[in-house]
Design a protein around this ligand. Structure first.
Ligand code: SAM
Length: 242
């Protein structure tokens, strides 16, 4: 790790989530494209557009997995650097390999850590992103508090996540898609039905966009806003540490 972070042991509960992503790490990028018909790329592009990075900033991408957000950010922002934090060493391994192939080794750092207890200094990052990760965290409020802690004043907090509500007209089709199609594809492509079933269920348990915005504000973030994409399938929340 070359941006001065120390590694700390990961909390214990996260075990189940860790197991899920261990079993999917190698197929993870392919599965994202299959499951979302490639649309996850547009959602991630929107996150980076919304961040609108200036040059030479330092981003912490939590639950950064295989680096999708990190590499988009580095593409968009010359001289910037990124730290990817994830609890899963397998996801990080895939991410590190990709960084090397992309020539981003010097501008990226991959650290193993829990979003609820990050091995990151107070007030040390310009922006904090978490994409399709906070849903998996045991205590969401604690992860938000950690984001607040590590951000510098003026720093931006951005969360991309599936949202439990979608436009009513599509609800039935969406239910079928998530509880039938997704686990079936998981079983077919990754040989792992349960992991994908878990992913679908965790989306339904996640707070509504309004509730989640309140949770972000409750931890001290200001100018909290959100917008939804793809008929409400995904929400992008934003806040500032003023
Ligand atoms: N951000 C990437 C993306 O958008 O493609 C990966 C998202 S993937 C669905 C969820 C990631 O969250 C996994 O890599 C998993 O290991 C990680 N994760 C789950 N719980 C975590 C926690 N408590 N702290 C840090 N990372 C966590």
């Amino acid at each position: 790790t070359h941006f001065g972070y120390k590694e700390v042991p990961v909390e214990e509960k996260t075990y189940q989530v860790r197991k899920v992503f261990n079993s999917v790490a190698d197929q993870y990028d392919v599965m994202n494209d299959v499951m979302s018909a490639g649309v996850h790329r547009l959602w991630k592009d929107s996150l980076i557009n919304s961040l609108n990075p200036r040059p030479s900033m330092h981003l912490l991408d939590v639950a950064g997995g295989t680096g999708d957000i990190a590499f988009r950010f580095l593409d968009a922002s010359p001289k910037s650097t990124v730290t990817v934090a994830d609890i899963n060493a397998e996801m990080l391994r895939v991410g590190k390999d990709r960084a090397e192939k992309k020539g981003y080794k010097d501008r990226s750092d991959f650290i193993c850590g829990d979003a609820m207890n990050l091995p990151v200094e107070d007030k040390s990052v310009d922006a904090y992103t978490i994409s399709f990760g906070i849903r998996n965290v045991t205590h969401i409020d604690q992860a938000i508090r950690e984001a607040y802690r590590v951000l510098k004043r003026g720093g931006r907090f951005l969360v991309l996540e599936f949202s439990p509500q979608i436009v009513p007209l599509l609800q039935q089709a969406y239910d079928k898609y998530s509880f039938k199609f997704i686990p079936q594809m998981g079983s077919l492509v990754a040989g792992d039905k349960e992991s994908y079933q878990y992913l679908a269920e965790s989306i339904r348990r996640f707070p509504t966009k309004e509730k989640f915005a309140d949770m972000i504000a409750a931890e001290g973030f200001e100018k909290v806003e959100y917008r939804t994409m793809s008929a409400g399938v995904v929400a992008l929340h934003s806040g500032y540490k003023i």
